[in-house]
Ligand binder design. Sequence first.
Ligand code: HEC
Ligand code: HEC
Length: 271
Amino acid sequence: MTTLSRRDALSWLGGAVLGGVVAGVGGVVSTAREGFAAKTAASPALWTPHKLDAAECAPLAHAGYWYEGLGCCYGVFESIIGSMGRKHGAPYNQFPFAMMEVGKSGISDWGTVCGALLGAASAFALFWGRKERDPMVTELFRWYEKTAFPMYTPAPGAPGLAGPLPTHVSGSVLCHLSVSTWSLATGIDANSKQRSERCSRITADVAVKAIEIMNAKIDGAFAPGLKSTAEAGCVSCHGKGKASPILKGRMDCTPCHGGSVHVQDKFHKHP
Ligand code: HEC
Ligand code: HEC
């Protein structure tokens, strides 16, 4: 490593993105930040946000979910940034939108964070840096934890399935918990088209809430207010500088540590 020139090291590692790694490990690069695509991790993004009409974007989010199977993350993101592009052109319409398919089913089918939420948080991140964005994400995620989904009713002729669907509050931002607790509560197969329709409606629901938050932010009227059981109780001891400083994350603790029969040991004497 130490015999590599800075140029050799950067090209060997595939360029600027890995420059910081070179500096950290070998000490070869003195100006590690040089060549990074962003100023700093926390710096505000450069695009200017525009207010949107949530009622106009909701059907686009729902239809976007179904469009070429691109799913929830794409649906939310495209309904926001794509709508800015349709009204204001560049740079919004220049985004490689299809990449947002990655969020589908909790990121490439892993059931981690709900892709609709990833789509919304990613849209926020195009306009607001960490300090501004984190409270917006928290407001959206807390709302998601507490909401009985789905709420949106598609208009006649929309893609997917027509008719009412049962609702359920999952208490979690995770795709796995959101889908599986709904399926258990309603008796509807997680692999059915009805479940897909549920998620396409949640795509519209999340887009509407995200736009509400963005519009308030643009107006200077965004006032986050939602709290969780976890924040009130558990994090008084589980957190930075507290009795138990081993906790990472802000998810509500209830679904996984709430003593539910559903999180007992299923590896022994089961079923
Ligand atoms: C009064 C302080 C306090 C409160 C309040 C508290 N904890 Fe803890 N908890 C601890 C300490 C101390 C440990 C021991 C782990 C350590 O040393 O980091 C612990 C351990 C745990 C563990 C590890 C397994 C175990 O049982 O030891 C889990 C899970 C946990 N807490 C969840 C929660 C949840 C969920 C809440 C809220 C409902 C909560 N805790 C509230 C202090 C607290
Ligand atoms: C999506 C489920 C989920 C949520 C939500 C969640 N946890 Fe956990 N947590 C786990 C799992 C799984 C482990 C690892 C358990 C093990 O080690 O067997 C864990 C581990 C821990 C531990 C370390 C001790 C241990 O048993 O490994 C603590 C402390 C803890 N959680 C506290 C919390 C608190 C406080 C919250 C809310 C702010 C929270 N967790 C939210 C699932 C969750």
